[in-house]
Design a protein around this ligand. Structure first.
Ligand code: ADP
Ligand code: MG
Length: 229
């Protein structure tokens, strides 16, 4: 099967640190695959997602997304590429609090320079699928409940039909019923476009929603070395 992300001999060290946070020899995300990535706090999960997104550049190795090497692109090209091909949902601070819900969603399209017509209609359709009343579009994001804000973040991540969806602990602020519902909604929407999903959490009870589970320590040899030294 085709891979949408390929990592090769990656090493990343945070500025000011004397040891690598990540060393990954090789890892692939396949087309349509839904991966649950788990591991203790500080094990490098968010660092890895930042590398996949091209927000951070590895000091060694290469990150290929949809056949293109991120390190070969200029910063602007990389930003546009990310906005067109990847949807992100984070644990918190997903939305700009004083902008309306609609402006928050439109921002994702602006960065991707989307030429899609009738965006308002697409936004309303997604809102309805996620049980978000359409009149929330005119509210400031900070006036919504946390659960609603996370679903708006999902709308924003999905609106450009990205091939890759990356979620970094997006359910941490939700109660356990809402967590399962959120994940099921996300996977349902992802399956419409056959999008690949990398979902990060330290809560392994969520793993059964996914095709594949990866403990980051099994791919990140930096952590192993740390323990030995
Ligand atoms: P996780 O998401 O699994 O909790 P992180 O990727 O955030 O782990 O962190 C991995 C390692 O990188 C930790 O040792 C952490 O202290 C370090 N780290 C994370 N973010 C930064 C940063 N902005 N600056 C310096 N070090 C960082
Ligand atoms: Mg993290």
């Amino acid at each position: 099967m085709k891979s949408v992300i390929e990592l090769e001999k990656i090493s990343y060290t945070w500025p000011g640190s004397d040891r690598a946070a990540l060393n990954i020899d090789s890892w692939k995300l396949l087309e349509g695959e839904r991966v649950f990535l788990y591991g203790a706090s500080g094990s490098g999960k968010s660092t890895l997602l930042n590398l996949l997104a091209g927000i951070l550049q590895p000091q060694q190795g290469c990150v290929r997304v949809l056949g293109q090497e991120l390190g070969q692109m200029g910063a602007r090209a990389r930003d546009g590429f990310r906005a067109r091909n990847m949807g992100f949902i984070f644990q918190q601070f997903n939305l700009l609090p004083y902008l309306t819900v609609e402006m928050n969603i439109q921002l994702a399209l602006y960065f991707g320079r989307s030429a899609e017509k009738n965006i308002r209609h697409s936004i309303e359709e997604l809102m309805q699928q996620l049980s978000l009343p359409v009149d929330l579009l005119n509210r400031q994001a900070c006036q919504l409940s946390v659960g609603q804000q996370q679903r708006v973040a999902m709308v924003r991540a999905l609106i450009s039909h990205p091939q890759i969806i990356i979620a970094d602990e997006p359910t941490s602020a939700l109660d356990s019923d809402s967590r399962d519902e959120f994940i099921e909604l996300l996977l349902k929407c992802a399956s419409v476009n056959q999008s690949s999903v990398v979902f990060v959490s330290h809560d392994v009870t969520l793993a059964n929603h996914f095709d594949k589970r990866i403990n980051i320590n099994d791919i990140n040899s930096a952590q192993v070395t740390d323990h030995v030294v």
